[in-house]
Design a protein around this ligand. Structure first.
Ligand SMILES: Cc1cc2nc3c(=O)[nH]c(=O)nc-3n(C[C@H](O)[C@H](O)[C@H](O)COP(=O)(O)OP(=O)(O)OC[C@H]3O[C@@H](n4cnc5c(N)ncnc54)[C@H](O)[C@@H]3O)c2cc1C
Length: 540
């Protein structure tokens, strides 16, 4: 089957939906999403979206906070663009129906939260369910837009690339190839169709599932990064994996995050004996940035041998806690932890990918007609470490940037002929009869990454894991050829590719900076490494 559309948007989180709503003003939009529309990291975001929204704050402060967090690798022009246009994008969300919490005394002003690394209150939130509020409002708008079609249970497998189809002509510099759309697997009937588009936009979210412990939803298998790399696009800074310091530690809890905002509102990290420990590691104490807090917890746990540390907010009035953190309060209570009375057991977990598919300030990748937005992109905003709540902001700002670029180019794009391409061929592949071949490798990749490429790294461990991953990728490549594709097999290939790329980037950076901590190179080396780690795509 062959389908054509003006815009093919891969992913239905904040990045994909925001872009789709804008692009629908230019042409028809097809959003494909690999599970249900709502299965996104966006839907889980608790804290909120950062922007300069009060008189007590300033662009300069937000810019400086972002640059400080990014450890010398942020692109200042990008930071300025995101911070300075951020308030307008937040107002757009409000106009689309997102209900951020207002101040009780003065409902005309937003109730702005405080988070680690920020020097002013600037987090617009909907209590601790901000992501859900944004996702629902955007989905509602999309559902009512006749120019947008949403296809759930549609998984993009590979990008369609001009050089692989014999159509590589007139590709303007600096692009290296042209994207023509994607091959898409329908999870419900197993069929694979060709979706051709004038513009393809990867909005596939993060890579948390590459690690054994993560706060991310199951969809976060780095598909966009793997597909773009396989197609020849540049990827960058994949060594910068943010570990959230405070994930609920409970045998029955799956990836439940305890928001940064808890520390922003006075929560303190303590050990099993009740001693507060953050001041030992960072003068900012409990309000230090995530990397500093995650490393401090890692050190405390390794030194004491304890399974977890604790986050205590029980000294605050119970009514305040229940009102400000209803979701965290209820979820913890469902596990028998009353956070108004006792500290919460927490551990760090893989949370956010700062690197991704390399883009310019308009969201363009190194392949013509291919954009990458949201967590899947490396735009230059986060540098070596993302400042809390800057990611939802980045997604909406870059959705706007990309739309603006498409609008500028639309008269040319709209009259480009969409070529007729060959259908997907399964070759000699047959149905997989041993699911264990996939589950075993899944588990191996995730454990290897957790144990060897976690919060603290060494060159020796990275080299070891690189060797082991090479064996796994060879095996996965064979499965990919031999068996008919299933969602599990596609995702296994993607986490294996992304794991290899993370290790390659980590081995290149022989220093410690931001989120990348190498025990054998504990200092930053500005002379050699104050630059992005860029890997050219496989096909280029
Ligand atoms: C628990 C948690 C709390 C967070 N809290 C905050 C916060 O308070 N503030 C903040 O700024 N950030 C927060 N973040 C980060 C932020 O939520 C994400 O970075 C952001 O939502 C990513 O949006 P996105 O649109 O790029 O991706 P997502 O929202 O993850 O959406 C990705 C989409 O791509 C689809 N997809 C993936 N692969 C394929 C494929 N191959 N084919 C088809 N579809 C595919 C998925 O199904 C999904 O629809 C949090 C993250 C987590 C996990």
């Amino acid at each position: 089957m062959q389908h054509t559309t003006d815009f093919l948007v891969i992913g239905s989180g904040i990045a994909g939906l925001s872009f789709a709503l804008k692009a629908a003003k230019l042409g028809n939009v097809t959003i494909i999403t690999k599970k249900a529309e709502v299965d996104t990291a966006t839907n889980l975001a608790q804290g909120g979206i950062a922007a300069v929204l009060s008189k007590e704050d300033s662009f300069e402060l937000h810019i400086q906070d972002t640059l400080r967090s990014g450890a010398g690798l942020c692109h200042e022009d990008v930071v300025r663009k995101v911070v300075e246009t951020g308030p307008a994008r937040v107002q757009e969300l409000i106009a689309l129906g997102v209900q951020f919490k207002s101040q009780e005394q003065d409902p005309s002003h937003l109730d702005l939260g405080m988070e680690g690394g920020h020097s002013a209150r600037r987090i617009a939130h909907a209590f601790d369910l901000t992501g859900r509020e944004i996702e629902h409002a955007l989905m509602h708008q999309v559902a009512n837009n006749p120019a947008i079609t949403v296809l759930e249970n549609h998984l993009a497998i590979d990008l369609l690339i001009a050089s692989k189809t014999g159509l590589q002509n007139n590709i303007p510099s600096p692009f290296t190839d042209r994207c023509l759309g994607a091959f898409v697997l329908n999870r419900l009937d197993g069929s694979i169709a060709t979706y051709q588009a004038r513009i393809t936009v990867i909005c596939t979210g993060g890579t948390g599932k590459v690690y054994l412990y993560t706060t991310n939803p199951d969809i976060a298998t780095g598909d966009g990064i793997a597909m773009a790399y396989q197609a020849g696009a540049k990827v960058a800074n994949l060594e910068f994996v943010q570990f959230h310091p405070t994930c609920l530690f409970h045998p029955q809890a799956k990836n439940f995050l305890i928001s940064e905002a808890l520390r922003g509102e006075g929560g303190r990290l303590i050990d099993e004996r009740g001693n507060a420990f953050m001041k030992k590691y960072d003068p900012r104490g409990d309000l230090a940035t995530r990397d500093a807090v995650a490393r401090a917890i890692d050190t405390e746990m390794k030194t004491s041998g304890d399974d977890c540390v604790y986050l205590d907010i029980s000294h605050k009035p119970a009514s305040f806690i229940k009102n400000r953190f209803p979701n965290i309060y209820q979820t913890c209570l469902s596990y028998g932890i009353d956070i108004t009375k006792v500290p919460i057991p927490v551990v760090p977990a893989a949370h956010y990918m700062c690197g991704g598919v390399l883009t310019d300030i308009m969201g363009r990748t190194s392949l013509e007609n291919l954009f990458a937005l949201g967590e899947t992109a490396c735009t230059g905003l986060h540098g070596g470490n993302r400042l809390a709540s800057n990611s939802l902001l980045e997604a909406v700002v870059f959705a706007h940037q990309a739309f603006h670029q498409c609008q500028t180019d639309w008269s040319r794009l709209a009259c480009q002929k969409i070529p007729s391409l060959k259908a997907w061929s399964p070759g000699v592949a047959k149905k997989i009869d041993e699911g264990v071949l996939i589950t075993y490798n899944w588990d191996q990749v995730r454990r290897l990454m957790w144990n060897y490429v976690g919060i603290v790294r060494t060159e020796k461990r990275l080299a070891l894991v690189q060797e082991r991953l090479a064996g796994i990728t060879r095996e996965v490549d064979r499965h990919y050829r031999d068996y008919l594709l299933t969602p599990d097999l596609v995702e296994l290939r993607n986490i294996a590719i992304v794991a290899e790329l993370i290790v390659r980037c980590a081995l290149t950076r022989k220093e410690s900076r931001g989120l990348h901590f190498m025990a054998d190179y504990p200092a930053a080396d500005d002379e050699k490494f104050r630059k992005d780690t860029i890997i050219c795509g496989k096909n280029s």
